[in-house]
Design a protein around this ligand. Sequence first.
Ligand SMILES: Nc1ncnc2c1ncn2[C@@H]1O[C@H](COP(=O)(O)OP(=O)(O)O)[C@@H](O)[C@H]1O
Ligand SMILES: [Mg+2]
Length: 255
Amino acid sequence: MKTIALISTAGGAGRTTLAAALATLLARAGREVVALDLDPQNMLGAHLGLDELPPSGIAQALTGAARHWHDHTFRNEDGVLFVPHGQVTLAEAAACDAQLAAQPRWLERALGEIGLPETGVVLLDTPRYPSPQADHAVRAADLVLCVTPPEPAACATLVARLAALRETCADVRLVVNRLNPAREMQRDLLAMLRVASHGALLAQRIHVDAALPEAFSRGAWLFDEAPHSQASHDLHGLAHELDAWLPAKTADVTA
Ligand SMILES: Nc1ncnc2c1ncn2[C@@H]1O[C@H](COP(=O)(O)OP(=O)(O)O)[C@@H](O)[C@H]1O
Ligand SMILES: [Mg+2]
């Protein structure tokens, strides 16, 4: 079982969208997938098919209101098993942060309780880095995917954190999301990221597509509604890259 954390230093970078899309596409490719929402925004469930924000999840285990972190687990129609964050008040969010600070190996231990086969994958959605949740995710992950829009502040804050991220997780890669290649500034930022990341920038970028949030608002996936769009092609490409990075499935080995 491998763990992949999606993090970013900017809000609205596309972590939740990519976590849900990758979970869905990897499950459809025959992987056993678990998705954990570590973000108090509690939105991953909505991307994975829930109609309402789930009231309970990981947060309730951290505050002592639930017995286990996996008490409130859902399986969606694509077969993704996911554990929501759960709704929290400001005080409960602070209590979760305090628990995570007091138990630096909390997430690592929780992941150790997941009985996925070697070929399975756990995807972690996180609040903005740095945060206690993102810090746990980076330390527990085999691969950290840093999602960034090609915008100056997002890229600058990510580059400033790269050395610290690399010290925490051996495999750190950058994914550019919401790319508009017609904008010269974005092309310049891509070149800057390529140099600053010393080869960790993934060639597979995700282009901007207004149809992606529109599909989400209808409870659908762009790659189902418009499978030949550039962004659908990009999402499939990224999922394919991760599938190739994961241990080969039996079907692949015997094929
Ligand atoms: N490639 C894209 N093209 C267009 N909109 C996108 C793209 N990726 C994400 N979005 C939209 O950007 C917004 C923020 O995405 P989200 O995944 O919630 O970011 P984060 O989890 O990093 O805060 C959402 O409305 C989402 O639908
Ligand atoms: Mg999010």
